[in-house]
Design a protein around this ligand. Structure first.
Ligand SMILES: NC(=O)c1ccc[n+]([C@@H]2O[C@H](COP(=O)([O-])OP(=O)(O)OC[C@H]3O[C@@H](n4cnc5c(N)ncnc54)[C@H](OP(=O)(O)O)[C@@H]3O)[C@@H](O)[C@H]2O)c1
Length: 338
């Protein structure tokens, strides 16, 4: 597995990282811990050293599984990234002095947005306990609002945790380009997590060069467009009950499917599997530090790491995929607003 520079952190991260959202359960349909632990082991054996999770994934379960997996591993060779800001704790699980979060802002799991100072400190302590470690390598704010990013006081809280030795580096996970630009304005932040894939290449234009200039590590997420870029989900496919993809509206599914068909048509027949092309495409941008792919099984992991172990996408194909995206009007449709 090839490794890359991770901004100015001094860390070397594997090109393919492991996204641990699905492992928590209730996000990508049913998962079994046995499969998840096998998937993590396969990733480690293939040279993956960067693992991204969040406390909200399965209400701590994803972190707990990672904690289990961590046991007996050389801690200094493994980069542990998690996130905070979605509050799933019952009032009885938290000190009474802490805020309960905003009931007006819920994520797909019904967790409340909570970026209050005291709560963030509490969340960090809880994540450390679940991991069974004394330091989190990258602690990320999980989709803070633009206003919060611009205010910057939360980063001061994380700086405090850094001084106390509880976290090593500070990151922010964002949705939009405007949020990403605001993050890049704050020199105390070491990494940014963004959406980038064959269907949504917007971050390449301004964010990639700007982050590179400022020495901020880029973590690419949803490089498989949440599994769509496997090519296995035609618009009529029905997702199981506890799969967040059930919320995709029919219009978006139809448009995304048409985009995928255009990509498949452009790629030569008999070329590589679509997920491998999608991952290699993200890695073709040298500003990208790591691509965190979500995987539920050992088989998926072994397919995904091939993008770094045996890359085969030509420079010409990368250019053609960029040109297709720029040329075809349909790629401007069904995107999350900037
Ligand atoms: N707001 C945020 O900060 C945020 C949001 C989203 C994600 N993330 C992070 O980014 C990571 C990656 O994103 P993601 O997991 O949502 O999306 P993703 O990596 O684009 O897609 C992952 C899904 O694709 C399918 N898949 C994986 N490998 C495959 C293969 N070789 N062939 C066919 N299908 C395959 C699996 O689901 P199926 O087999 O069921 O299709 C898997 O759960 C997450 O795990 C999480 O760590 C962060």
């Amino acid at each position: 597995m090839k490794v890359r520079r991770f901004g100015k952190t001094g860390l070397r991260v594997s090109e393919i990282g492991f996204g641990c959202w699905a492992l928590g359960g209730h996000a990508y349909g049913p998962v079994r811990d046995k499969d998840s632990l096998e998937a993590l082991a396969a990733a480690w054996d293939s040279g993956v050293n960067f693992f991204d999770t969040a406390d909200t994934y399965g209400e701590g379960h994803s972190e707990e599984l990672l904690g289990k997996f961590l046991k007996g591993k050389p801690r200094d060779r493994l980069i542990l990234a998690t996130k905070c800001g979605w509050d799933f704790y019952a009032p009885s699980q938290k000190p009474a002095s802490l805020s309960q979060g905003s009931p007006a802002k819920l994520n797909h799991a019904g967790h409340k947005k909570n970026f209050d100072t005291g709560y963030i400190r509490f969340a960090c302590e809880q994540s450390l306990k679940r991991f069974g470690t004394d330091v989190i390598d990258l602690f990320q704010l999980h989709n803070p609002s633009l206003e919060l990013i611009r205010r910057g006081d939360l980063v001061s809280v994380l700086e405090g945790l850094k001084k106390e030795g509880k976290i090593r580096f500070i990151g922010v996970s964002v949705h939009t380009e405007t949020e990403a630009l605001a993050v890049l304005e704050d020199s105390r932040i070491q990494a940014i997590q963004i959406i980038f894939n064959l269907l949504d290449q917007r971050m390449a234009e301004r964010i990639f060069p700007e982050a590179e200039k400022k020495g901020i590590g880029i973590i690419v997420r949803e490089a498989l467009a949440s599994g769509l870029l496997s090519g296995k989900y035609a618009p009529a496919h029905e997702f199981p009950k506890d799969d967040h993809r059930r919320r995709w509206v029919p219009e978006k599914r139809e448009v995304d499917w048409q985009k995928i068909r255009l990509i498949q048509k452009m790629l030569r027949s008999g070329s590589q599997p679509l997920p491998k092309v999608a991952l290699e495409f993200a890695l073709a941008f040298e500003e990208v530090s790591t691509v965190i792919v979500g995987a539920k099984t050992r088989t998926q992991v072994l397919e995904n790491v091939e993008a770094s172990l045996k890359p085969a996408l030509s420079r010409e194909d990368v250019v053609r995929l960029k040109e297709l995206y720029a040329r075809e009007e349909i790629f401007r449709k069904a995107l999350i607003p900037r």
